[in-house]
Ligand binder design. Structure first.
Ligand code: NAD
Length: 260
């Protein structure tokens, strides 16, 4: 379905990004992996995807908070593959603190990674997409692109900003065969979330099941985590020709969170 296309998935050494990279590779897209992690493990992942999906898989360790590194990654990908046909802006971090105590360096890092990185990749990907008359930009936002929670000022601001960027670029690219959408997940079962549970249980004197249900999933009516595979399948659909008329959309996949 996506044979001959090339996808850059930022933050794809873990969690949602890794799931999306795997799902796109299974559909035949060449992949540029990005993100931090153990070099040998990343190389094993690269080799596994190459072998199992019979596609080209490259890795670029660009720090997505750094515009120069982003530019180098985008230029080398376009040089090697001709274009970034599918751009998935996924890399993201979180920090939780009251706004008056929010560390300035954390604010700057979250805005740089969760918002500005998508601006840079998008502006650098668009010229080659326009030349081809085809492109897909999928921004991994959050339920926090639509609603707020206390103590997450930087994350909520960045994700709301990403929603605005999605809509703006969708309008600018609409006549070029390029769609731009945001996926807005609720809590997704990733290593990041899983690792928080034992400590939260200890701190609150709760069982791990209570933490999942009454803390993490308190706002998620299904009381179930979204699976990485569900987010990945939505990204694959948005990359397909069947989704050609879906653009500028903020698509919730949050177990009913933002219906409340
Ligand atoms: P994760 O921590 O498992 O993965 C984050 C990825 O980003 C990793 O590959 C990491 O190496 C990479 N990364 C971190 N800093 C980077 C940097 N400076 N440059 C390049 N790569 C960097 O997280 P996840 O849960 O898979 O989240 C992925 C995206 O989904 C984020 O944008 C997050 O905000 C969003 N999201 C997650 C959830 C959830 O519940 N897990 C819910 C809604 C939205």
């Amino acid at each position: 379905m996506l044979k001959g296309k090339t996808a850059v998935v930022t933050g794809s050494t873990s969690g949602i990004g890794l799931g999306i990279a795997e799902a796109l590779a299974k559909k035949g897209a060449n992949i540029v992996l990005n993100g931090f992690g153990d070099k040998a493990e990343i190389e094993r992942l690269r080799a596994r995807l190459t072998d199992s999906c019979k596609v080209n898989v490259a890795y670029d360790g660009a720090d997505m908070t750094k515009p120069d590194s982003i530019e180098a990654m985008m230029k080398s990908t376009i040089g090697r593959f001709g274009a970034v046909d599918i751009l998935v802006n996924n890399a993201g971090i979180q920090h939780v603190a009251p706004v008056e105590e929010f560390p300035v360096d954390k604010w700057n890092a979250i805005i740089a990674l969760n918002l500005s990185a998508a601006f840079h990749t998008t502006r650098l990907a668009l010229p080659a997409m326009k030349k081809k008359g085809w492109g897909r930009i999928v921004n991994i936002a959050s339920a926090h692109a639509l609603v707020a929670s206390p103590f997450k000022a930087a994350y909520v601001s960045a994700k709301h900003g990403l929603a605005g960027l999605t809509k703006t670029v969708a309008l600018e690219a609409a006549e070029h065969g390029i769609t731009v959408n945001a996926i807005c997940p609720g809590y997704v079962w990733t290593p990041l979330v899983e690792k928080q549970i034992p400590d939260t249980a200890k701190a609150r004197g709760m069982t791990e099941e209570q933490v999942k249900r009454d803390v993490l999933l308190a706002a998620q009516p299904t009381k179930k985590f979204v699976a990485v595979e569900e987010v990945a399948e939505l990204a694959v659909f948005l990359a397909s020709d069947a989704a050609a008329s879906i653009t500028g959309a903020l698509l919730s996949i949050d177990g009913g969170w933002t219906a409340q």
